[in-house]
Design a protein around this ligand. Structure first.
Ligand code: ADP
Ligand code: MG
Length: 239
């Protein structure tokens, strides 16, 4: 069964249509990358899935339930953005624990999950530091940790590496690839305009252009059989 399904999902702002009837099924545990040029509607699509925007039409299903009317906090989704707003006065530990504290989790459960996430992300040494005392890559890992501790069913990443310099981008990308192996049952959707990130991370790639899906396939399928010139150029296939 599909973990996430989009049926004719549309979005307009005023009379400007940003997404024109997107249809897509994502399986449980799949790592799917949405790729496409700036402005094609990638972030809008993620925000619709997360429930941060309402679709103008169509249906969004998670685990077999239509969630159009389900508030973001009850969708089992966690989102990591490019600008990782950490609380500056809190330690790494407190930053990761904060959401669970609010949700009323026990101290022992909070501690267990924070330490587990820190282990996965190699942040154990930094739990007592404040964000200011961390590198950009470490801060982004804390932001990812904050999402992991919530045990999301679906993990959404919106260009999480775009604020990092080239070397850190590679290191953090490798970290995210490991995350995919560590959390094999978590469905992950990863937005980027970077072809290399898409080709190296994805089980399947969804190529978007002007609010429409141009092609869906494995990196190899897109590379070998691009549906059109746009996909070929974007993926970098030999034409
Ligand atoms: P991407 O993430 O692929 O770069 P976005 O989803 O952010 O693209 O934006 C797609 C288009 O929708 C852009 O033209 C953007 O200006 C427009 N857009 C996004 N959010 C809003 C909004 N709240 N109001 C009006 N236009 C918006
Ligand atoms: Mg965007």
């Amino acid at each position: 069964m599909a973990d996430l399904s989009l049926r004719q999902v549309r979005k307009s702002f005023g009379n400007l249509t940003i997404l024109h009837g997107v249809d897509l099924d994502i399986k449980s545990g799949e790592f799917v990358v949405f790729v496409g040029p700036s402005g094609c509607g990638k972030s809008t699509l993620l925000r619709l899935i997360a429930g941060l925007e309402e679709p103008s039409g169509g249906e969004i299903g998670i685990a077999g339930e239509i969630v159009n009317d389900v508030p973001p906090s009850q969708r089992g989704i966690a989102m990591v953005f490019q600008s990782y707003a950490l609380y500056p006065h809190m330690t790494v530990y407190e930053n990761m624990a904060f959401g669970m504290k609010i949700a009323g989790e026990s101290k022992a459960e909070i501690d267990r999950r924070v330490r587990q996430a820190a282990e996965i992300l190699q942040l154990t040494k930094y739990l007592d530091r404040v964000p200011k005392a961390l590198s950009g890559g470490q801060r982004q890992r804390v932001a990812i940790g904050r999402a992991i501790v919530r045990n999301p069913r679906v993990f959404l990443f919106d260009e999480p590496l775009s604020n990092l310099d080239a070397a850190l981008r590679v290191a953090t990308r490798i970290e995210i690839a490991k995350l995919k192996d560590t959390l094999p049952n978590t469905t992950m959707i990863y937005v980027t305009h970077d072809q290399v990130e898409a080709m190296t991370l994805a089980d399947r790639i969804v190529v978007l252009k002007d609010g429409r899906i141009e092609q869906v396939g494995t990196p190899m399928e897109l590379y070998k059989k691009p549906a059109n010139l746009f996909v070929a150029q974007f993926i970098g296939s030999p034409a």
